[in-house]
Structure formats: structure tokens, C-alpha cells
Design a protein around this ligand. Structure first.
Ligand SMILES: NC(=O)c1ccc[n+]([C@@H]2O[C@H](COP(=O)([O-])OP(=O)(O)OC[C@H]3O[C@@H](n4cnc5c(N)ncnc54)[C@H](OP(=O)(O)O)[C@@H]3O)[C@@H](O)[C@H]2O)c1
Length: 261
């Protein structure tokens, strides 16, 4: 299926690795000009090269922290200047600290809010005036299946991410009809974030080995495995394309069927 994204301008936040990188790669492979960002210069350079290997359009990599509103404003402005507009915004973010509720701190709660929710709010405040000018405007927010079913040991994600779905549901109405907005809910995908969560559970003594931890993430998935990040990236590219022209305000799980709700 041709997703008809040739020449469109896309900004993907927190995208020098993992699900953001996979989303940027899928959009670039379908012909979009793409801007990626992250905090670490070296990782950004590697990610840019990886995307350029499949891209037909331009790829721009910017050092930016999505918890800094000035960085976010600069990111949007630079993308618009480079590509002459902005058609697609995909928001990802860093992970928030794992751990049980009674061990979470006030600082972690406010930090999680900035990382997961305010990063999206700042991005959309800056991007909306450009998206409504596009004839293909879309917003796709990467969240987690934790917005539907709580995940053990991830209270910050379980509680705070739901705010992003509230934002998506609202802007899907307020930005329409010019712009569609959807959320994707990834289940476990093989990225650095999953490694970090398995390592943390190992440290808490929940598993005897890394392999056991990884198997546990796949154990309740009907497809019998965790996802490849590109399987999430492809879903993001589809939702960004006009092939999904009547999909608006949806929260689409990409989890191999694990969610029961
Ligand atoms: N992987 C999964 O299975 C899964 C499932 C459900 C939900 N999620 C969630 O999806 C999001 C992405 O996960 P992932 O697996 O793709 O993680 P990842 O592989 O660790 O990638 C995170 C990316 O975000 C960048 N980043 C982190 N904090 C940032 C910040 N403040 N400003 C700008 N860039 C930042 C990182 O680069 P720098 O560190 O260099 O900035 C990196 O490029 C996370 O919120 C995660 O919790 C992941």
C-alpha cells in the first residue's frame, strides 16, 4: 500500500532510538521529510544515518530536550523553516522511573508529568498553527497499553500517561476537521526501554535472569512474542497517512493482542 506521504513534513519527538526512531524510519521510508530529536548528539547521528539508509526525502536531526519548552519551540520552528510547513507530528518521550507506588517520590511524579504530558502539550501548542495550514495534518501520540490496563511496577506510567489520551481525545475534536489526532498504545517492543525495565525487575529480585524477564513480557501475548519497533512505526505511518482518513480520536493498541479490554 502506498501511504502517499511523499514530500510531507514530519516531526517525531524523542526519536534517536526505539519507538520514536522506528516511527521516523517508517515515515521517511514512505517519502516524508523527517525531523528527529534526542538529547544525546552521538545517538542522534547514528539514528540519522539509519533513517537516511531508507529515506527518499530529507532527514534532520536536532539536539533537543522535550521537557524544555524552548527546545520544543525551536524544534518546530526549525522543521517548518526547513520543509516549508508541518504535516505530521508524532510524540514519543523518554521512559519514567519504574517501581512500586510506595517508593515513588514527589520529584518523580512531577518529572513524569513533564516528560509524558507537558512534552506533548508544548509540542502541540507550537505545532497546531502549522498543522491546520496543512491539507494532511495529523498528530499521533505514542503512549502505552498502561493507559488501558495497569502494568505491575509502573505506577508513574499507569497514572500519568492517561493524561495524554485526554489530550488526544480533546484535540481530535478541537483541531478537526483540518487535523486528525490519534494515540498508539504499544505493548512490549524490543527497545532499550524494555531492557531497562527487565534490568530493574532483575535488581528487585523478580527474575533469575534477563531471558526470564524478557520471556515474561511475551508470556501473555497471543502472538507469543514481543514486538519489533518497526511494527509500531508502521502503524504510526499508517495513522499519519490519508489511508487512515476517517480514523480520528482513536487509541490503537499495537501489542500482539495482549490487552483484554
Ligand atoms: N519499548 C516498549 O516496549 C514500550 C512500550 C510501551 C510504552 N513505551 C514508552 O514509549 C516511549 C519510548 O520508548 P522506547 O522504547 O522507544 O525508549 P528508548 O528506546 O529508550 O528511546 C527513547 C528515546 O527518547 C529520547 N529521549 C529520552 N528522553 C528525552 C527527552 N527528555 N528529550 C528528548 N529526547 C528524549 C532518547 O534519546 P536521549 O536519551 O539521547 O535523549 C531516545 O531516543 C517511552 O515513554 C516508553 O516508556 C515503550
Amino acid at each position: 500500500m502506498d501511504l502517499r506521504l511523499d514530500g510531507n513534513a514530519a516531526l517525531v519527538t524523542a526519536s534517536s532510538s526505539g519507538l520514536g526512531l522506528a516511527s521516523a524510519t517508517a515515515l521517511a521510508r514512505e517519502g516524508a521529510n523527517v525531523t528527529i530529536c534526542g538529547r544525546t548528539e552521538e545517538r542522534l547521528g547514528e539514528a540519522k544515518a539509519e533513517i537516511e539508509a531508507v529515506a527518499t526525502g530529507d532527514v534532520m536531526a536536532r539536539q533537543a530536550d522535550v521537557t524544555d519548552p524552548d527546545d520544543v519551540a525551536d524544534l518546530v520552528e526549525t522543521t517548518v523553516e526547513a520543509y516549508g510547513g508541518l504535516d505530521h507530528v508524532v510524540t514519543s518521550a523518554g521512559g519514567v522511573p519504574p517501581g512500586p507506588f510506595m517508593e515513588s517520590t514527589e520529584k518523580e511524579w512531577y518529572g513524569a508529568y513533564d516528560t509524558l504530558v507537558m512534552s506533548v502539550v508544548w509540542t502541540l501548542w507550537e505545532a497546531q498553527p502549522h498543522l491546520v495550514e496543512s491539507d494532511a495534518g495529523t498528530v499521533t501520540c505514542i503512549t502505552s497499553t498502561s493507559v488501558r490496563e495497569a502494568i505491575d511496577g509502573l505506577v508513574l506510567s499507569n497514572a500519568v500517561r492517561r493524561g495524554v489520551v485526554g489530550v488526544v481525545k480533546t484535540v481530535a475534536r478541537e483541531f478537526a476537521p483540518e487535523v486528525r489526532a490519534n494515540a498508539v498504545l504499544p505493548g512490549a517492543h524490543e527497545t532499550a526501554r524494555i531492557e531497562e525495565l527487565v534490568e530493574a525487575a532483575l535488581d528487585r529480585g523478580e527474575y533469575d535472569s534477563y531471558e526470564e524477564g524478557l520471556d515474561d513480557w511475551a508470556s501473555d501475548v497471543p502472538l507469543g512474542r514481543i514486538g519489533d519497533p518497526m511494527e509500531l512505526g508502521d502503524a504510526v505511518a499508517f495513522l499519519s497517512s490519508d489511508r487512515a482518513s476517517f480514523v480520528n480520536g482513536a487509541a490503537v493498541s499495537v501489542d500482539g493482542g495482549r490487552l483484554r479490554s
